[in-house]
Write a protein that binds this ligand. Sequence first.
Ligand SMILES: Nc1ncnc2c1ncn2[C@@H]1O[C@H](COP(=O)(O)OP(=O)(O)OP(=O)(O)O)[C@@H](O)[C@H]1O
Ligand SMILES: [Mg+2]
Length: 217
Amino acid sequence: MIPDVQLIKQGAEARVYLGPFCQRQAIIKERFAKAYRHPTLDKKLTSRRVIQEARCLYRCQKALIDTPTVYLVDLDQSVIYMEYIPGISVRDYLVTEPGQEAEAQHRVAVAIGKALGAMHNIDVIHGDLTTSNLLMRETSGAVVLIDFGLSYVSQLIEDKAVDLYVLERAFVSTHPNTEVMFAQILEAYGESSKASKQILKKLEDVRLRGRKRSMLG
Ligand SMILES: Nc1ncnc2c1ncn2[C@@H]1O[C@H](COP(=O)(O)OP(=O)(O)OP(=O)(O)O)[C@@H](O)[C@H]1O
Ligand SMILES: [Mg+2]
């Protein structure tokens, strides 16, 4: 890695740095090899994830959905250079400032619901919706979707419902007493997503399946 960069997250599959790119601050996301995988297979899988992430980010950009602008994709090094979004994650917002005013929380919920509706309208399935993967811009408070490493394109109602279910589980497990907020997210989603009636209906089935599975252990 080039000097002047600061590691901000070391994950299981990627390292995320803050560093310069063409005279500005950028996020540099590097996927690395996994020692236990066969090198050729590993290179293929890593490349696929980098391409998936860049492709879905670009698809969102074209549709004017607030996501980090992709500056450069270096497939040889498995690195994506993208816009740095100054701000905090929705996770940190909820953890460090619990019990904010209902009105502020409602604004955030609506922004999340709208962003998800717009993303599903262009058939992007995020694949890893958590409150850490939703950032809030310091300047405007706008919600920005990040971390498209598991994203793909699909028109299926089922895939969109599962995407919402993943976020719901993330809310329940990390943020107690946010049922009202999640309901507000779904309400805003319902107003902005094209097939929302069917998707929200399917979400109920997905929840039932999830409950059955946890009862069976
Ligand atoms: N464009 C960005 N602007 C500001 N901060 C970012 C940006 N992208 C990532 N981050 C910060 O880095 C953290 C990790 O990034 P990201 O979620 O993309 O990686 P990851 O979870 O390790 O990846 P993956 O799940 O694809 O293996 C984020 O939670 C966020 O705090
Ligand atoms: Mg992440």
